[in-house]
Design a protein around this ligand. Structure first.
Ligand code: HSE
Length: 394
C-alpha cells in the first residue's frame, strides 16, 4: 500500500522510520512514497514535495497520514484527501475534536476510511478498545491521565524536586510537548482528547470551548507538591466525563491520589485512560501517551487496519445530551492568598496558611471561584481530592 505523509515533524518521521525499518509481514506491505512539507523544506530528496495536488492526483497513493497538527490547513487537506478517494489516518487531536462528524461522514460518502487512534493516548490502543467495548456495553464514564507532557512534569517535580520550567523544557526536548506547550499545561490538549473519547463513548458531539471546565498545572509550585506529599497525596492532571440520564459532566483538573492508587503510579510520559461499561465494569489502559515512536506505532496500526480492511465501529454522533457540571460534589484543596471565606461563605472551609480545604462543593462553583480569584492577580491552584471514577457520585 502506497502512503503519503503530511508533515515531517517528530511523529511524521516516526511513521517513516517504522515503515522503513520494522521488518514484519505487515509493515513490509507498506511504502511511504511521498512526504508533504513546506516549500522551504524541499531539499531535492526524492520523497519530499510541497505540491499537495501531486499527491491528491496520484492514483497510486491509497492513504494519507496527516500529522501537521492544528486546525487549518489540516482540516481542508483531510477533506480534500477523502474526496479524492484516499483514506486518512491522523494524530491531530485538535482537528479531530472539532470535525470528527464531518470527517466520518465524508469518508463514508467516498467509501474510504478515517481513523485517528493516535490522537488520544499516544501509543495506547484506546479508541479501538473503546469501540470494542461499545459493541456490547453502554459506557457511562471516561476518565484518565490524557497528557504525557503534564504527567512528565508532575512526576519529575514529585520525584526529583525539579523546577516546572526545567522539566517542561526536558519534555519539549524529548518530543512530548505540543508546538505551543500551553496546550499541555492548561488542559486544552486533554480537552481535545476527552472530547474525542466522549463523542465516541456517548455517540454525541462535545465541542471544545469555555463551557467545559478545565484547570491545568500552570500555577503549580514546588511547595504545592511538597504540601500534598506531607498529607500523603500525589497530584495528577485528570480528565473525566460521566453520563447519566442524557446529562453529562466534563471536567479537567488536578486530582490528589494516595500513593497506593493506580493513578499515582503512572510515571513519566505515560497515560492511563479508561472507561466504565455496564458489563465490563471499569477497564483501563496504560502506556506511553506521547513521543515519536509510540505515537507513530498507533498511526501505523491504523494504516494496517485500512490495508487489512479491519473496519472500525460506525458512529453517527447524533445523541443530543445536556452538559451539567453542577451535579458532582467533591472535596477540594485550594491554594490562594485570598480569603476564601469571602468567596464561599456558605461552605465548610478549613484554613492552613495559604491552603484551604473545601468540603463537598460542586465542581462548577469551585472552578468559577478560583478563576475569579485568578483575575485579582493571584496565581491560585486547585486540586480535587480523590476524584477517581470509583468515587463518582453524579
Ligand atoms: N503533547 C501531547 C502530550 C502529545 O504530551 O500528551 C501526545 O498527544
Amino acid at each position: 500500500m502506497n502512503i503519503a505523509i503530511l508533515g515531517k515533524g517528530t511523529v511524521g518521521s516516526g511513521v517513516d522510520q517504522i515503515i522503513s525499518e520494522q521488518n514484519t509481514a505487515f509493515t513490509n506491505q507498506l511504502k511511504v512514497v511521498s512526504i508533504f512539507v513546506r516549500p522551504e523544506k524541499v531539499d531535492g530528496s526524492p520523497k519530499l514535495t510541497a505540491d499537495y495536488a501531486s499527491i491528491l492526483n496520484n492514483p497510486d497513493i491509497d492513504l494519507i497520514v496527516e500529522v501537521l497538527g492544528g486546525i487549518e490547513p489540516a482540516h481542508t487537506m483531510i477533506i480534500d484527501a477523502l474526496k479524492h478517494g484516499k483514506s486518512v489516518v491522523t494524530a491531530n487531536k485538535a482537528v479531530v475534536a472539532r470535525h470528527i462528524q464531518e470527517f466520518t461522514k465524508i469518508a463514508a460518502e467516498n467509501q474510504v476510511k478515517f481513523y485517528f487512534e493516535s490522537s488520544v493516548g499516544g501509543g495506547i490502543p484506546w479508541i479501538i478498545n473503546l469501540e470494542r467495548a461499545l459493541r456490547i456495553d453502554k459506557i457511562d464514564s471516561i476518565h484518565g491521565i490524557f497528557n504525557g507532557t503534564s504527567n512528565f512534569i508532575l512526576d519529575q517535580m514529585t520525584k526529583t524536586g525539579a523546577k516546572f520550567d526545567e522539566v517542561l523544557k526536558e519534555a519539549q526536548d524529548l518530543g512530548y510537548a505540543e508546538a505551543d506547550p500551553s496546550a499541555d499545561i492548561d488542559g486544552y490538549d486533554i480537552e481535545n482528547k476527552l472530547c474525542i473519547s466522549t463523542d465516541i463513548a456517548y455517540d454525541t458531539i462535545v465541542e471544545p470551548g469555555d463551557h467545559l471546565l478545565k484547570f491545568g498545572i500552570r500555577n503549580i509550585t514546588h511547595n504545592d507538591i511538597q504540601y500534598f506529599k506531607e498529607h500523603g497525596w500525589i497530584v495528577k492532571l485528570l480528565g473525566r466525563s460521566f453520563l447519566k440520564n442524557n446529562r453529562y459532566t466534563f471536567v479537567i483538573e488536578p486530582t490528589l491520589y494516595s500513593p497506593g492508587q493506580i493513578e499515582a503510579g503512572v510515571h513519566n510520559n505515560y497515560n492511563y485512560v479508561g472507561l466504565r461499561g455496564d458489563t465490563i465494569g471499569k477497564l483501563s489502559f496504560n502506556g506511553q501517551g506521547a513521543g515519536m515512536l509510540p505515537t507513530a506505532h498507533a498511526l501505523v496500526q491504523d494504516i494496517l487496519d485500512v490495508y487489512l480492511k479491519n473496519d472500525h465501529l460506525d458512529r453517527k454522533f447524533n445523541q443530543k445530551l445536556e452538559l451539567n457540571n453542577e451535579t458532582k460534589i467533591m472535596d477540594y484543596i485550594v491554594r490562594t492568598k485570598a480569603d476564601l471565606n469571602h468567596y464561599l461563605p456558605d461552605y465548610e472551609l478549613k484554613q492552613d496558611g495559604e491552603y484551604w480545604f473545601v468540603k463537598q462543593i460542586n465542581t462548577k462553583l469551585i472552578h468559577e471561584t478560583v478563576q475569579q480569584i485568578a483575575l485579582t492577580g493571584d496565581k491560585p491552584f486547585l486540586a480535587c481530592i480523590n476524584g477517581g471514577a470509583e468515587n463518582d457520585r453524579s
